[in-house]
Design a protein. Structure first.
Length: 363
């Protein structure tokens, strides 16, 4: 589903490369031979995927803050990228309640700074602006949200990502709409899981911490339905879209959903139960009965546009996603070389894609 040869030797500017999704994206791009220039804050956790898997070996690594326009612009000018992938963000709903100003400064003005830097960097042909499935104005519907639905968001995090969508749209229509301009697309993924995420107030890292220490996992909304997906699937979608942006320009310059198959839209309770099953040891969990800030009860994405126009589809089902995730954390606990584990999982992904391609030819 990704054309590996397309990426060989391409210059990529990636913000947020020290984070969970950014670390996996860096490794995937490196395996395909891309030259990645990363700009991000220092990694937050010494056991996170960036540090544990030695991702710094794979790219030109620069520490910087996207809230500093001069820093962003100088780094991009130095990199002279053909493709920009903007992943850096304040990514947590609960933290956004505690630090709303920082959340907006990072997610809104940080996006402005990246887009403004692109305006001043003539080498850029395409850009992917990563927002969130939570950027939609959630009205409680059961049906999946489509790219044409309104953005907004109740909490500061969700709202800041809705604002980032509006910023990307305004820049696209104002500055990047002519033939030959950089093609700008925004992307929205689901609840992404995988090895090497240690963020607070996320289900998988919280579960691993609790299970590893023999403590009871406390969950806030066991009945909340989310679109769960392995980190590989949205990253593949972003890269597939970037290929089209470079080749076909403004035709694909719009918003895109990259969510899981319908059977992976399940309640938090279901994911916890499957995590416990794959963990393989007795564990316990309970509902946190304390007062909780607002979070949407149901969130689902309609990804027909990506399927029909890009030929993209999820390649990792929920059970496999949970298994891959638990395997990563189990290997880490047992002292395995996490770079080797990560590269083995990337090899598994490419094998899966080859099998899917052969199946399509046979059909």
């Amino acid at each position: 589903m990704i054309e590996a040869e397309f990426w060989r030797g391409r210059r990529i500017f990636l913000t947020g490369h020290t984070g969970f999704k950014g670390g996996w994206a860096s490794m995937l791009l490196s395996v395909m031979g891309a030259r990645v220039f990363g700009l991000a804050l220092p990694p937050e956790h010494r056991h996170g995927v960036f540090v544990a898997s030695e991702v710094e070996k794979d790219l030109d690594h620069r520490i910087g803050d996207i809230r500093d326009f001069d820093c962003v612009s100088a780094a991009m000018q130095e990199a002279r990228p053909e493709i920009v992938i903007h992943m850096a963000a304040q990514p947590l709903v609960r933290l956004s309640y505690a630090e709303p100003v920082e959340t907006y400064a990072t997610n809104v003005m940080g996006t402005v700074h990246v887009l403004e830097a692109i305006r001043r960097c003539p080498s850029v042909r395409a850009a992917i602006i990563v927002t969130s499935d939570k950027s939609y104005e959630n009205d409680g519907r059961i049906q999946g949200y489509r790219e044409t639905d309104p953005v907004g968001g109740h909490d500061p995090y969700s709202n800041s990502k809705g604002c980032a969508e509006l910023v990307a749209s305004a820049y696209r229509r104002s500055f990047f709409h002519r033939a030959g301009d950089a093609a700008i697309a925004s992307v929205r993924a689901g609840n992404v899981i995988g090895g090497g995420d240690w963020a607070r107030d996320r289900l998988i890292p919280d579960a691993v911490r609790a299970f590893s220490s023999g403590e009871t996992l406390r969950i806030r909304f066991p009945s909340a339905v989310r679109p769960w997906q392995h980190v590989f699937d949205p990253i593949v979608g972003y890269l597939r879209l970037a290929e089209h942006l470079v080749r076909d320009g403004q035709t694909y310059a719009s918003g895109w959903n990259f969510g899981p198959a319908s059977e992976s839209h399940v309640p938090v309770r279901h994911v916890v139960e499957r995590l416990a099953h794959h963990w393989g040891e007795p564990v316990s969990w309970a509902v946190d009965g304390g007062e909780q800030p607002h979070e949407a009860g149901h969130l689902q994405l309609d990804c027909a546009k990506a399927r029909d126009q890009l030929g993209w589809q999820p390649s990792v089902d929920l059970e496999e996603a949970i298994r891959l995730t638990v395997d990563w954390y189990r290997a880490a606990a047992q002292g395995a070389v996490q770079r080797k584990v990560a590269l083995q999982q990337i090899d598994w992904l490419f094998e899966r894609h080859r099998a899917m391609a052969l199946q399509e030819v046979g059909a």
